[in-house]
Design a protein around this ligand. Structure first.
Ligand SMILES: Nc1ncnc2c1ncn2[C@@H]1O[C@H](COP(=O)(O)OP(=O)(O)OP(=O)(O)O)[C@@H](O)[C@H]1O
Length: 275
């Protein structure tokens, strides 16, 4: 698992999230002692099956869920007691929830208005961000006229606009159909890279995780099983559970490492083809 590092970026140490705890009962554990580093400018995907604790971990990093124990730090500063709106993190959920009465440009500009960015600079930054998400010139469009994919692109631009030091994305593409998801995953990655944004991207879809992320953290039952670059995960899954979840091994296979399917998958990933 991850070694403690005092580098720029996010550092989660031994994080535990519980639900339903009372003075008499410990409650149920959703996140069970997770440690994870995300370096400045890095994109990490949290990948795992439904209910494994991905959103709980993301919400704890955001400050939306309290930690039962452990720490979350950014650039070396412990964030215990720092409320959500003081963390300077951006959040993007499955339904980007645009403001219906603002046009596209004013949706993207929202965070810049609250930061007091002057009008001319606002307009330039909005135009650049819309170009980054593939919607150049959409400023005047009503959000009611946008497709689902366009809405999520606008939501991404709005989340990036205030230049958050960390962007937390919780299944941002899962409401879209498969083909659109594949295209948008590439565009999300490109927009995050173009803006140099540090990000944690939650998904249960391994293709999406491999497309978007520099490293993928595979999670199961509240714990991280492996954190590695996509090609390493595919060539050398740490155990059968990881291989199984990546679709590389049958549940009763004796060992997961170096299967021919893993090698094929790694080759496909490195050449950018679908598996
Ligand atoms: N507010 C809550 N109160 C009680 N239990 C919760 C709450 N939120 C989540 N849980 C439980 O914690 C566990 C982890 O849930 P979480 O939503 O973090 O998983 P997930 O991996 O994000 O799942 P999904 O992919 O389905 O969204 C689950 O057993 C869930 O039922």
């Amino acid at each position: 698992m991850e070694q403690a590092r005092e580098t720029a970026g996010l550092a989660v140490r031994d994080a535990v999230v519980r639900y339903g705890a009372t003075r008499r009962r410990p409650g149920s554990v959703a996140v069970d002692g997770v440690s994870l580093d995300v370096a400045a400018g890095e994109i990490v995907a949290l990948l795992g099956p439904s209910g494994c604790g991905k959103s709980s971990l993301l919400r704890a990093v955001a400050g939306l869920e309290p930690l039962a124990s452990g720490t979350v730090a950014f650039d070396g500063d412990d964030l215990a007691g720092v409320p959500v709106h003081r963390r300077n993190f951006g959040l993007l959920f499955q339904d980007g929830q645009l403001f219906p009465h603002r046009d596209v440009g004013r949706n993207v500009a929202y965070g810049l208005e609250t930061q007091g960015v002057p009008r001319a600079e606002r307009a330039a930054r909005v135009a650049a961000l819309l170009a980054d998400v593939g919607l150049a010139g959409y400023e005047g469009r009503s959000v009611a006229t946008l497709s689902g994919g366009e809405k999520q692109r606008v939501a991404l631009a709005r989340a990036l606009a205030p230049r958050p030091r960390l962007l937390l994305l919780d299944e941002p593409l899962s409401a879209l159909d498969r083909r659109l998801r594949e295209r948008l995953a590439v565009d999300v990655r490109d927009a995050l890279r173009a803006t140099g944004t540090t990000a944690v991207f939650v998904t249960h879809d391994h293709d999406e995780a491999f497309t978007v992320a520099d490293r993928v953290a595979v999670m199961d039952a509240g714990r991280l099983l492996q954190v590695d670059a996509p090609d390493v995960l595919l060539c050398a899954p740490a155990n059968t559970r990881v291989a199984e979840f990546l679709g590389l091994a049958a549940p009763d296979a004796p060992g997961a490492r170096d299967t021919s399917r893993a090698r094929t998958a790694a080759a496909a990933t490195s050449t950018g083809h679908d598996l």
